[in-house]
Design a protein around this ligand. Sequence first.
Ligand SMILES: [Zn+2]
Ligand SMILES: [Zn+2]
Length: 363
Amino acid sequence: MAETAEMEAVRCHGPRDYRLERVPVPEPGPGEILLRSEAVGICGSDLKCFGGAPMFWGDETRTGYCQPPVTPGHEFVGRVAALDDDARERHGVDVGDRVAVEQIVPCEACAYCKAGQYWLCAPHDIFGFRQRTPGAMGEYMVVPAAARVHAFPADLPPSHAALAEPLSCSLHAVDRGEVGPDDVVVVAGAGPIGLGMVLGARRRRPRALVAIDLDPHRRTVAQQCGADVVLAPGDDVEPTILELTDGLGCDVYLDATGHPAGVTQGLQLLRKRGRFIEYGVFGQPVTTDWTVIGDGKELDIRGAHLGPNQWPTAIEMLSAGEVPAEAIVTHEFPIDRFDEAFETAGTPGKAIKVSVLPPGGQR
Ligand SMILES: [Zn+2]
Ligand SMILES: [Zn+2]
């Protein structure tokens, strides 16, 4: 084997304690793929983990989700470096192929997996957080046999191809919103998830599509993605929505803000019987007036998590050039500058999607 036995990988040891280390190249077992990582997007969840959020690190009463030391990275594409016949047959890919891999590795044994709801899998091993599923922020990684692997034949820059993960999430949220041609749709937050929601909602030709974000650059990109109207939270948001809807309010509100104000705003903007889809991950509990949900408007409140069954569509949209990836991926950093990548991703107003490029993805 031509590879050296060691490689460089970013390793998470604790909040704000991520290090570039030399570690052994992992060995794929039966049915597994050795993947040479090309690009890893930094997600809001990665930033929350990096910053020490309780959901990842626990508090006095519970254990957090993250199991250090672990290599982060769940939004990635890579090239197949090695695999056995079982993996070849299972995943329909071969050495040299580029693949995108779904972020959750289903256990295939729990009640959710058995019911086909693999994205809700009880053990919930997502790449880059747990010991069983180290992520892609290193030169190589192992893709377990149960992982959901998708061939990605189009020759896109790796950081653009890696948008398949957030885009699949956005498409799932749009699906949960049952967006249709009669709907006036509001997308709150024009980060990578919100922009993907705009792209996904646009494909369903809604009556009107509105995007709201604080950042002027993000609003411009939202227009590129197909928003009819873009607004800042300080603008006359409510009057504008009422004007678009004969005074009723929007039909669907897709929240990708991760901010408590995004929740209150949605409850306020929706019409009676409107659909509220929550995709945000919040840094703290949100308090709001639940009376609006029942007595006030009889709303449908739905959550959305991950991007189940949406990966083929996401890959197709990226391959067809439907996604302004050039505008969404604002920064790329080689793996040895991962700390700058996290800092840039975590600075408000600076970046949309920041991508880390291991050696396999550097041009
Ligand atoms: Zn993510
Ligand atoms: Zn399961």
